[in-house]
Design a protein around this ligand. Structure first.
Ligand code: PLP
Length: 424
């Protein structure tokens, strides 16, 4: 029988009580320690118990924790927005703060739609997305998400379905040879636009590196350049979902930098606060903002706690920590060490079918046999067994959906804090 009043993801499941965290380790009340090799849900990017963050938190709380954004601004929110503009570089200059990655997706969608309304194109309302994607659990964000397991209970509430195949070259959804395919999966965006009509489409949304919905999928070079060109040619905004990849996780400040592609709107969450407090953001270019600034001047969106000074001060401290400790570069270097080690393991165990990723965002896909890539008959059980074995041995890993339908494959994500040392 359930003893606790707190509802947990699995009712009646076992959840050790964590007493404290330090660096890349978490410690439970029974004295067991865990290497946080997943940064929770790819979130604790600077590790646990960082003094500078705690000081910023206390300092801000002593001044003021909450002011309502329709009445006041705060130094913390202003400074954070400036820092975001500096770190995202290029034309990405304007931030809207919310409290979760899902809210950041919702905000990006709404701003994209409003952008076109203010330009006199009110029909441009639809947003195109890909299968094997995850943009959040709220209804708008889930509508965009190609994550069958997370969608299935709520299908009647979901407004739309993804229409573009993912660049999952390990098992090409179009059954093509990745060496000669000409990236037909990217061309599917064009076909989709033709079917729906660019007059009806506000934006295209994609994760630069797919996370939980595919067990880390890095697209081939040229893929995002092609998508961006299609968006431009069809007057469609490109939204990059960097909620998981942003602020150094992949070894670049933004994962989009790998392909020199600048989004019109980019979303952040997770590593933006390293988990110290809830905060997320949609950041946009002048091109996106200008029609709104020259039009209604009013953003219809936001949440009561949006831009609260406490979260903004914490996020600012986290981003400064990332910069000052060169964690983007460290992520790239440690990622190479980790990949090298994992590849050695894969030579020994034929059930490790694929190792993929960038920086400290690495996915492992498990198969019955590497040569045939045959998936396990019970993929979820395999994933759970591996995660369970890790936890038992004090190593935390993150489960991911995998396989063409996001159900028939088995994968995990390894994504330790970017502060991890070679020895750890
Ligand atoms: N976008 C991506 C790429 C994510 O990985 C996630 C969460 O895993 C989200 C959006 C949703 O973020 P949140 O869980 O903070 O709402």
């Amino acid at each position: 029988m359930e003893q606790s009043s707190l509802i947990k993801p699995v009712l009646g499941g076992t959840y050790p009580t964590i007493s404290h965290g330090h660096g890349v380790f978490l410690y439970d009340k029974d004295g067991k320690d865990y290497l946080d090799a997943s940064s929770g849900a790819v979130t604790a990017n600077i590790g646990h118990g960082v003094q500078e963050v705690m000081e910023a938190m206390v300092q801000q709380a002593k001044q003021v924790s909450f002011v309502y954004r329709s009445q006041f601004t705060s130094e913390a929110a202003e400074e954070l927005a400036d820092k975001m503009a500096e770190l995202t570089k290029g034309d990405l200059a304007y931030s809207f703060f919310v409290n979760s990655g899902s809210e950041a997706t919702e905000t990006a969608l709404k701003i994209a739609i409003q952008h076109w309304q203010e330009k006199g194109k009110p029909k441009k309302q639809k947003v195109i997305s890909r299968w094997m994607s995850y943009h959040g659990i709220t209804m708008g964000a889930l509508s965009m998400s190609g994550h069958p397991i997370r969608r299935e209970r709520f299908t009647s509430m979901l407004e739309s379905y993804p229409s573009v195949s993912p660049p999952y070259c390990y098992r090409c959804p179009l059954q093509l040879d990745p060496h000669t395919c000409g990236m037909v999966c990217a061309s599917e965006l064009e076909a989709s636009i033709r079917r729906i009509g660019s007059d009806n489409i506000a934006a295209f949304i994609a994760e630069p590196v797919i996370g939980a919905a595919g067990g880390v999928i890095v697209p081939p070079d040229g893929y995002f350049q092609k998508l961006k060109k299609i968006c431009e040619e069809n007057d469609i905004l490109f939204i990059a979902d960097e909620v998981m990849t942003g602020f150094g996780r992949t070894g670049k400040m933004l994962a989009c930098e790998y392909w020199d592609v600048e989004p019109d709107i980019v979303t952040f969450g997770k590593g933006m606060s390293g988990g110290y407090t809830p905060i997320a953001a949609a950041v946009m270019t002048k091109k996106v903002m200008e029609p709104i600034r020259n039009g209604s001047r009013s953003i219809i969106g936001g949440h009561t706690l949006s831009a609260n000074p406490l979260s903004c001060a914490v996020s600012l401290a986290v981003l400064k920590y990332v910069e000052e400790n060169e964690l983007v570069e460290k992520s790239a270097d440690r990622g190479k060490d980790l990949s090298r080690g994992l590849k050695k393991l894969a030579r020994k165990y034929s059930f490790i079918g694929d190792i993929r990723g960038r920086g400290l965002l690495i996915g492992l896909e498990f198969v019955q046999d590497k040569a045939t890539k045959k998936p396990f008959a019970n993929p979820a059980d395999v994933t759970n067994a591996i995660i369970g074995l890790g936890t038992k041995n004090g190593i935390l890993l993150y489960p991911a959906a995998a396989g063409l339908d996001g159900v028939t494959g088995s994968a995990i994500i390894i994504s330790p804090p970017l502060t991890i040392t070679e020895e750890e």
